[in-house]
Write a protein that binds this ligand. Structure first.
Ligand SMILES: [Zn+2]
Length: 214
């Protein structure tokens, strides 16, 4: 666990093993309506397939599902019920905030990065103190590997880039460490890097925070 409250885990979007869960709100009597909702949920599932997303089709009550996904720290929950369908919208909840947002179905996909950032920002605000005592420094790949074996928080390391050109290094880091993700955007303050990217050995341009998914 990186952080939590009495409802369970809270996770930054980038390290959450499941980032988005879609929960259909079905009322057993109206089969036609249920089918229309399910169809829309399947469509969303497909739209969002670039993320780690799941559609909860189990028979459990909506309340039970909400609890479970909250416990597991899924950052974004999308509900779709009869009223949402009527308005061509979904009801979105972030794990780190109590408020619910109504978002047009056609806008949902492009809103995900913004929602992820909002989730992480709130997490950062509430957990800042926790994170501060939970960071270790590394400058080589073997150091990162060694620290991550026993440390459940963040590892701070210089890195070549968090733009597209750094993606190869991020992918390689993940592959070679058994699942460590770059979570650089968690911290807004800019730090001056020294040394080189632990992966490609180019001069570092940025300091990033990496962590392993739980
Ligand atoms: Zn690199």
């Amino acid at each position: 666990a990186i952080h939590g409250d009495d409802q369970g885990l809270m996770l930054p979007f980038c390290v959450a093993p499941l980032q988005i869960v879609i929960v259909p709100i079905l009322f057993s009597k109206d089969e036609k309506q249920n089918n229309a909702i399910l169809k829309e949920c399947e469509k969303l599932l497909n739209d969002l397939k670039d993320y780690k997303v799941s559609l909860d089709l189990s028979d459990r009550s909506a309340g039970f599902k909400f609890n479970e996904w909250e416990m597991k720290g899924v950052p974004i929950r999308i509900e779709l019920g009869p009223r949402d369908l009527e308005k061509k919208q979904a009801t979105v909840s972030l794990r780190t905030s109590k408020e619910k947002l109504n978002i047009k179905l056609t806008d949902l996909k492009k809103k995900i990065p913004e929602l992820a950032e909002l989730n992480d920002k709130k997490l950062e605000d509430t957990a800042n103190k926790y994170f501060k005592g939970n960071i270790k420094d590394a400058s080589t790949l073997s150091e990162i590997k060694k620290i991550i074996e026993t440390h459940r928080g963040f590892v701070r390391t210089p890195f070549c880039s968090v733009a597209m050109e750094g993606k190869t290094c991020a992918d390689k880091l993940k592959a070679e460490t058994g699942g460590v993700d770059v979570c650089g955007y968690l911290f807004e303050k800019q730090e001056k890097p020294t040394g080189n990217c632990p992966v490609c050995k180019k001069k570092a341009t940025i300091v990033v925070y990496v962590a392993k998914s739980v």
